[in-house]
Design a protein around this ligand. Structure first.
Ligand code: ADP
Length: 270
């Protein structure tokens, strides 16, 4: 089984405060996935990020922060507004994938997961398994979920891939994002950043820049943490640039592609 993640940076215009979809990327990637499925009968799960559809509202309503009892309804409205917004993006993604003949079916995280202090703590994966057994392609996305400790939390697509890859015994995990893979420091900030072909420890990041990365983009360090956790379980993953045509297709086909493999195995074992 393959878990494929399409990053919010690829499907949306992440820098915009308005919810904006990147239609050309979505239609190209839908074709690439469809082309792969035409000749392969592997099980596939798609996870997508939500970028500009989720992040601004999550920030505005401070979901995951503590709040007073009197603010409960306000927070609930924030929760459902975010849920509705990310669902809109998912609707558009599903529509495009279905038009390409892919039997995708949304299984929203808000309905199957509960978190405890922002980490998935309970899940009902029955629907995932049923749909997979019958040849559907379940699709899930970064979402809001009920949280036992914080009442509500935001769960990233990256946390979802980690959880699903372990609990559904994935053979392969592919992440499509907007850079070529993991660099020693943020390539969008530092021109002299270099790309790792293989990555096995956060120590490989430039420690000083690491802090900057967390503050400036949040993205990559959080991603790497989830993937290193998977690597501990022997599940390798690859990060590729999904803005480049055919990269996702090649990764699905297990063809050689520029990217970073996250693995803790010795090189000759891969
Ligand atoms: P996505 O929305 O695709 O999941 P994110 O925006 O969350 O992706 O994370 C990808 C971003 O992480 C890149 O655009 C890049 O600017 C940033 N980044 C920060 N540090 C690094 C690093 N060391 N290597 C690669 N990318 C990094």
């Amino acid at each position: 089984m393959i878990v494929l993640k399409l990053g919010g940076s690829v499907l949306t215009n992440k820098n915009s405060s308005r919810a904006e979809i990147n239609e050309s990327n979505l239609s190209r990637l839908s074709c690439e996935i469809s082309r792969f499925l035409d000749n392969n009968d592997e099980d596939l799960v798609i996870v997508h990020g939500v970028g500009s559809f989720g992040h601004p509202l999550a920030k505005e309503y401070e979901i995951g922060e503590s709040f007073k009892d009197s603010e409960y309804l306000y927070k609930q409205i924030g929760f459902v507004r975010i849920e509705n917004e990310v669902k809109k993006l998912n609707f558009l993604v599903c529509e495009e994938l279905i038009n390409e003949g892919i039997p995708v079916i949304a299984v929203p995280a808000s309905t199957i997961f509960t978190a405890s202090n922002k980490r998935i703590s309970q899940a009902n994966l029955d629907k995932f398994k049923q749909y997979l057994e019958r040849g559907y392609v379940p699709i899930i996305y970064g979402d809001v979920v009920l949280d036992d400790e914080l009442e509500m939390a935001v769960i990233s697509g990256d946390q979802i891939i980690q959880y699903l890859a372990i609990n559904l015994n994935a053979d392969e995990v592919i992440l499509g994002t907007d850079v070529d893979g993991v660099y020693n420091k943020n390539p969008k900030v530092y021109e002299n950043a270099y790309l790792y072909e293989r990555f096995s420890s956060l120590d490989d990041l430039d420690v000083f820049e690491d802090n900057i990365n967390v503050d400036v983009t949040g993205g990559m360090v959080g991603k790497i943490r989830e993937l290193l956790y998977l690597a501990d379980f022997g599940i390798n993953s690859i990060i590729v640039n999904a803005n480049i045509e055919n990269n996702v297709y090649k990764a699905l086909k297990q063809e050689k592609v520029t990217g970073t493999i996250i693995s803790k195995e010795e090189l000759n074992e891969i």
